[in-house]
Write a protein that binds this ligand. Structure first.
Ligand SMILES: [Mn+2]
Length: 419
């Protein structure tokens, strides 16, 4: 009997603060160590191994160390790019690891005379498994690959076959997900023994006629709010371990713990800001946030007051005092009866922004004429543009903040008090 491990959407390099970086590294380390201990014959990673195509050196160094260990244990790793660790204009750290011999890309294309995409199988030398796959690209552009794919040659190949892909499948769409790019299952070549999926962050195992094992391990941890909320609600994260001979014998989910969570869900509907602030402060005192990620989700329509009057800063401070690891606040579905942004449409981003300001500036009650009417809209647009500036390469967070702040103050013709 042979075995392989299947993991995906690790998003190494996602986390910005040190404690979360440590979790991100620890869960990956744990997964790789288990692959070595369990002596799997190979590892599959269908995309989003890294969060960006060229992560910072700390992340690269860490990844090289783990992949070198797999290499030294004689465990090959077969990959395709995901939507995050690929760049159409630049190299990816995946290419570096491939050059080093630590990873093998299985999306090798055969030269073909027409526009069709013919793929070449990679045969795993120990097990004889035939592995092939297609990368993911951002915004569902992978569809073109699949539409031009020479499926017949893949389907007629004999032996034990695995297909790697990085895409959402329309048939599995029931999953809670913010993703919008899905393709029909019928675009995958039929008759493979195992379909190793990436892109969907929740573990799924489905069987369809002609597609016996469609499997997503899901993310190991991830930094997206939606993933963290699922984690907080008890979603197990981990990788998939598969046993096979000439066919699949066992597919098993191996959970890996990441960190502790607390979640506060609060319905602010028909309440006033004062009540909300009191209730939230009480809820925050009732939990033990030490070394945990705390999620505060506030929703509903306030009866009075502005949403900005809910004192999230005070909640953060209180939690920090009690050694919280990280606070995530979700107020996406929070609004106020007193003050609501009227939505507006337009042909493009610029026009929508202008129209939103035009629709709403009438609600602004101020003495300064330059902040009202058309001049106000113009100033708001300039300010929005300024605040949306990205940081420069190698610019420290503090420098970036200072620069943006100064530019914004200059726009508003205000002086910064340096005292
Ligand atoms: Mn992903």
């Amino acid at each position: 009997m042979y075995s392989f491990a299947h993991l995906s959407d690790v998003h190494l390099g996602f986390q910005k603060n040190v404690p979360l970086q440590q979790i991100e590294e620890r869960v990956f380390e744990d997964a790789i160590d288990q692959c070595i201990e369990r002596k799997v014959d190979f590892v599959l990673i269908p995309g989003d191994l890294f969060h960006v195509n060229i992560p910072e050196m700390r992340v690269q160094k860490f990844a090289v160390r783990k992949f070198r260990q797999l290499h030294e244990a004689d465990i090959p790793v077969y990959v395709v790019y995901g939507s995050h660790d690929f760049s159409p204009v630049s190299n990816s750290v995946i290419d570096l690891l491939t050059e080093a011999g630590y990873l093998t890309k299985v999306s090798k294309q055969k030269q073909s005379s027409d526009d069709r995409i013919s793929l070449e199988f990679t045969k795993d030398s120990k097990t004889g498994a035939k592995i092939v796959g297609l990368p993911g690209l951002t915004a569902g552009k992978e569809l073109v690959y699949y539409e031009n794919l020479d499926r017949e040659s893949l389907e007629s190949e004999d032996g034990f076959k695995i297909f790697l892909f990085h895409a959402g499948l329309a048939e599995l769409k029931s999953e809670v997900s913010a993703k919008t790019d899905f393709m029909p299952i019928s675009l995958l070549p039929k008759g493979f023994d195992y379909y190793a999926g990436g892109h969907m962050h929740t573990h799924t195992l489905e069987k369809y006629p002609d597609y016996p094992n469609i499997v997503y391990p899901g993310t190991l941890f991830s930094g997206y709010y939606s993933d963290l909320e699922e984690n907080a609600k008890g979603r197990k994260r981990g990788f998939v371990l598969v046993q096979f001979d000439d066919k699949i014998q066992k597919v098993e989910f191996v959970p890996i713990d990441n960190v502790g969570y607390e979640i506060i869900e609060y319905n602010a509907d028909k309440k006033n800001v004062k009540t909300v602030n009191l209730d939230l402060a009480k809820s925050v005192k009732e939990i033990d946030p030490g070394n945990k990620i705390v999620i505060i989700k506030v929703f509903g329509e306030l009866a009075s007051g502005k949403t900005s009057e809910i004192d999230f800063t005070a909640l953060r401070e209180e939690l920090k005092q009690n050694n919280v690891l990280e606070v995530k606040i979700n107020r996406t579905h929070l609004s106020s009866k007193d003050y609501n942004i009227t939505p507006a449409s337009g042909k493009n981003k610029d026009e929508i922004e202008t129209n939103v300001f035009k629709e709403n500036i009438g609600d602004v009650r101020l003495e300064q004429k330059e902040l009202l009417g058309d001049p106000g809209v113009k100033l708001a647009k300039k300010l929005l543009q300024e605040l949306g500036q990205p940081s420069l390469v190698n610019e420290k967070k503090a420098q970036y903040q200072k620069r943006i702040e100064e530019n914004a103050m200059e726009l508003l013709e205000l002086k910064i008090d340096d005292s």
